[in-house]
Design a binder for this molecule. Structure first.
Ligand code: MRU
Length: 342
């Protein structure tokens, strides 16, 4: 099952807002419709947003016709539309920059060739992503004991990559290799990616998964029920400070307190070496409604003030190791030699 694909000139994706009740596929042929899908989290998770961005550029190119006078302006507009969907996941900007470079390198070529080569670039991004998640899984397995309990946050599995996922990719690979793995999935307030998506995909794949409220993590750790925490990432600064779904930082602090290793799993496309540290990572703030509405009903007084950052930043000193497609990096962070594009 693929969460996002290029099929017959369209982007075919699982509408993640409908899970777990319904498995609905969307077929999108317009880049603005895809922008809406990204904003509304129909497609979400850093690597999948990057792939969607790359496909979005191809959709934009495919709509080009004789009425468009200034091709450069048109392409810049398509890329800007996609760029302005969500600010935090580095993979989106990484993929759009790569598509832009490809298109620039084709200047002077026929429109047919530009479209064909751009599609090839987007499909390369897709296939490389699939391969990266496979390698992250392979590399991460050595961190797990033969029998272990993992706590995770948000959703980082096949729904967010072209392959098996990042943090959950390690889980899938470990189980495939015969390890006995139990996963505790944080429900991940406010949009419940853990409850709706992680619990759904792990259960479907036959993995031992137990859903907990976000505020249960400390109790679990205190009782010795967690061997390690593994999460994904949306953007990692040069010094290793890491933005991921809000609540990740809480887990890192708790893990340190309880002497539990805290791992981040991510491909090179999530690293942003233009940023010195986590203070420079743009953090998305989302609609207050996501917080005050719950279970389809208003759960807080009218006009209540709400602060709703979608991500937080975990400082590098709380991260035991990064699992990438190249290798596992341990502190001190800053020398990422071996990681592509470094
Ligand atoms: O707001 P979301 O659901 O897109 O947030 C996703 C996350 O925070 C994931 O943990 C992150 O993108 C890593 S996915 C490999």
């Amino acid at each position: 099952m693929k969460s996002i694909e290029w099929v017959d000139g369209k982007v075919r994706l699982i509408d993640q807002t409908k899970l777990p009740e319904e498995l609905v596929y969307l077929e999108i042929s317009d880049h603005l419709e895809l922008c809406e899908a990204i904003k509304k989290l129909k497609v979400r998770g850093a690597p999948a947003i990057g792939i969607a961005g790359a496909f979005g550029v191809v959709l934009g190119l495919n709509k080009m016709n004789d009425k468009i006078f200034n091709i450069n302006n048109y392409i810049n507009k398509v890329i800007d539309d996609l760029r302005s969907t969500r600010p935090t996941a580095r993979n989106l900007f990484w993929a759009l920059d790569r598509m832009y470079k490809k298109i620039c390198s084709l200047s002077g070529e026929s429109m047919g060739k530009v479209k064909k080569e751009s599609l090839k670039e987007a499909l390369d991004i897709y296939m490389e992503d699939e391969e990266m998640s496979r390698k992250i899984g392979e590399n991460g397995v050595e961190l797990l004991k033969d029998e272990c309990s993992i706590l995770t946050h948000c959703n980082t599995g096949f729904l967010v990559t072209a392959g098996i996922g990042t943090a959950l990719g390690i889980v899938y690979t470990a189980v495939e290799k015969g390890k006995k793995v139990r996963v505790y999935a944080d429900e991940t307030r406010p949009l419940l990616q853990g409850a709706r998506l992680t619990a759904w995909e792990l259960e479907m794949k036959g993995i031992d998964v137990t859903l907990i409220c976000d505020n249960t993590a400390a109790f679990l750790m205190k009782k010795g029920m967690v061997d390690c925490v593994i999460v994904g990432a949306d953007r990692i600064a040069s010094n290793g400070d890491t933005a991921n779904k809000v609540g990740t930082y809480n887990l890192a602090v708790l893990a340190e307190k309880h002497n539990i290793p805290f791992y981040v799993a991510a491909p090179h496309s999530t690293f942003d070496f233009s940023l010195k540290n986590g203070d420079e990572i743009p953090i998305e703030e989302r609609n207050p409604e996501e917080v005050y509405m719950g279970f389809g009903k208003r759960r807080a007084p009218d006009n209540i003030n709400v602060f709703n950052p979608a991500f937080d930043v975990t400082p590098n000193n709380l991260i035991t190791a990064f699992v990438t497609e190249e290798k596992i990096f341990y502190p001190p962070y800053g020398n990422w030699g071996g990681l592509k594009n470094y």
